[in-house]
Ligand binder design. Structure first.
Ligand code: CAA
Length: 247
């Protein structure tokens, strides 16, 4: 069997990079999506991955823009092949209390974190249905489950992913496609390190495991959900948060 192709949106970031490396180690041909404004960073990132011998490619595309995603997916199809595993991982935060939130911080977070899931998945699902196998893995957040002071925009977007996941899972289950979400807690990436230190320390003090999570721990879960072994898990949300939120 030829190698399956995995696309990871936001693939050159903190969690995305680890997912790309893990999926490459699992035997996938991996495509890491990035935003064109980060061209130099993406090229440098790719050079490191290639030097390590990984079967990884990069693809520019703005996940908040449907037409940009169409162009990106067409290019991937022409140059690499059909995507079998899609990890909707791209995301941003624009934290702030709701009463002070400017409309652009609401729109940008909804567009990049949630509308992106439509923009990319919509272009890939037909190919998954046609080949009778596919994995869609949506990177949500503990914030979707418990809410978070200063994150009305992010929580709304990440919670929206859960409804999307369960609905698309029902529409595709009989065709060999699984659709699941992962809800990480606080993982030691730039996104979390950008929180003011005293606020971050206060949050970490409430995590029962007593530390931030590691991106590698998220990547291992993605690896499992992407595998043939996970064929019976669909429409699920899997929490990985050090006990921060139990339900
Ligand atoms: N609950 C209740 N009240 C709180 C609070 C909380 N958790 N945090 C702060 N407050 C109160 C403060 O005590 C303060 O009260 P007073 O006005 O009476 O003094 C008021 O709210 C304003 O607080 P700040 O001074 O902190 O307000 P700010 O505007 O400087 O900062 C904020 C607001 C940027 C949202 C800041 O609170 C913050 O960074 N919070 C953390 C947000 C967070 O968890 N982000 C996660 C990013 S990583 C991620 O999202 C990944 C993932 O999936 C988990």
């Amino acid at each position: 069997m030829s190698k399956r192709i995995a696309l990871v949106t936001g693939g050159i970031g903190g969690i995305g990079s680890c997912i790309c490396r893990q999926l490459a180690a699992d035997g996938f041909t991996v495509v890491a999506n990035y935003i064109a404004a980060e061209e130099a960073k993406a090229q440098a990132w790719l050079a490191v991955e290639r030097a390590a011998g990984r079967d990884i490619h990069i693809a520019a595309g703005d996940v908040s823009n449907f037409d940009s995603c169409t162009a990106m997916i067409n290019k991937i199809k022409a140059e690499i092949g059909i995507v079998s595993v899609l990890v909707n991982n791209a995301g941003i935060t624009r934290d702030g209390v709701f009463k002070k939130m400017p409309v652009e911080n609401w729109m940008n977070v909804l567009n990049i974190n949630l509308n992106s899931v439509f923009n990319v998945t919509r272009q890939i699902v037909d190919d998954m249905l046609a080949q009778g196998w596919g994995r869609v893995i949506n990177m949500s957040s503990v914030t979707a489950q418990k809410g978070q002071f200063g994150q009305t925009n992010y929580a709304a977007a990440k919670a929206g992913m859960h409804g999307f996941t369960k609905s698309l899972a029902q529409e595709t289950a009989s065709k060999g496609i699984t659709v699941n979400s992962i809800s990480p807690g606080y993982i030691g990436t730039e996104m979390v390190m950008a929180i003011k230190e005293e606020v971050r320390e206060q949050i970490v003090s409430t995590i029962p495991v007593g530390r931030l999570g590691k991106p590698e721990e998220i990547a291992k879960l993605v690896s499992y959900l992407a595998s043939d072994d996970a064929a019976y898990i669909t429409g699920s949300n899997i929490a990985i948060n050090g006990g921060l939120h139990m339900f």
